[in-house]
Design a protein around this ligand. Structure first.
Ligand code: FMN
Length: 205
């Protein structure tokens, strides 16, 4: 092959790879085919809810495609949708709230699970967090009642928080947690997998 042709080929391959990357939306690397069209939609600041969403999909046997709300995905082709996000100042990211409001008609009757990821001052979550973040927040936004739901303890990676919010958290954390803010990780993959299995059982029956 001529040197010139070799470079042309390389350029073409590079361009098509870029085109593919630009079109890639959901995390579609799961090998499990399914007749159920299932999606997990998440909203995160620093990644906890992204990991929870992927692990929930794994708990569902890897059949669910996983979407970041910032991609503004078209969920119309899906029959079963799980929605969740991280909590700051008592609510999920505005992008998720706006997306749900804009896509109410598409989401209607398709919500199969709701989840939230929060810090809760590193204390175990309980019924109060379910009331605040599921019943009074995500269930109301999505107009879905009596679907499986779960609030997970999340994590802090200080290096990933923007400087303004990091300072805000560092200033107030000792008041409600009784100690200075340090990195922690309380999100458990096994809990997310179990929640995925629970949702899948609900879809099957
Ligand atoms: C600025 C800020 C505000 C937060 N507000 C709350 C809150 O109101 N309630 C709570 O339980 N956790 C709160 N957290 C903890 C986060 O919910 C927790 O760290 C979560 O795992 C973050 O998810 P993410 O990694 O997906 O962004 C807050 C964290 C930050 C950085």
């Amino acid at each position: 092959m001529e040197r010139r042709d070799f470079f042309k080929l390389g350029l073409a391959a590079g361009v098509s790879t870029m085109a593919l990357a630009n079109n890639a939306r959901a995390l579609e690397f799961y090998p499990m085919p399914s007749d159920k069209k299932t999606a997990v939609l998440f909203a995160t600041w620093c990644g906890s809810s992204r990991d929870a969403a992927v692990w929930i999909s794994e708990g569902m046997g890897g059949i669910a495609k996983v979407f970041d709300v910032r991609e503004n995905p078209d969920l119309a082709p899906f029959d079963h949708i799980v929605v969740g996000g991280s909590i700051r100042s008592g609510v999920t990211p505005k992008e998720l709230q706006d997306y749900i409001a804009k896509n109410k008609a598409i989401l209607k009757g398709k919500i199969r699970g709701l989840f939230a990821v929060c810090g809760n001052g590193e204390k175990p979550v309980g019924p109060a967090q379910k009331t605040m973040y599921i019943d009074n927040h995500l269930a109301k936004l999505t107009e879905s009642a009596n679907v499986p739901s779960k609030v997970f303890n999340g994590r802090i990676t200080k290096a990933l928080i923007d400087p303004e919010n990091r300072k805000r958290m560092e200033d107030m954390y000792p008041t409600f947690a009784g100690k200075p803010l340090e990195d922690y990780d309380l999100l458990k993959r096994s809990d997310c997998l179990a929640f995925g299995r629970e949702i899948l059982a609900g879809i099957k029956s």
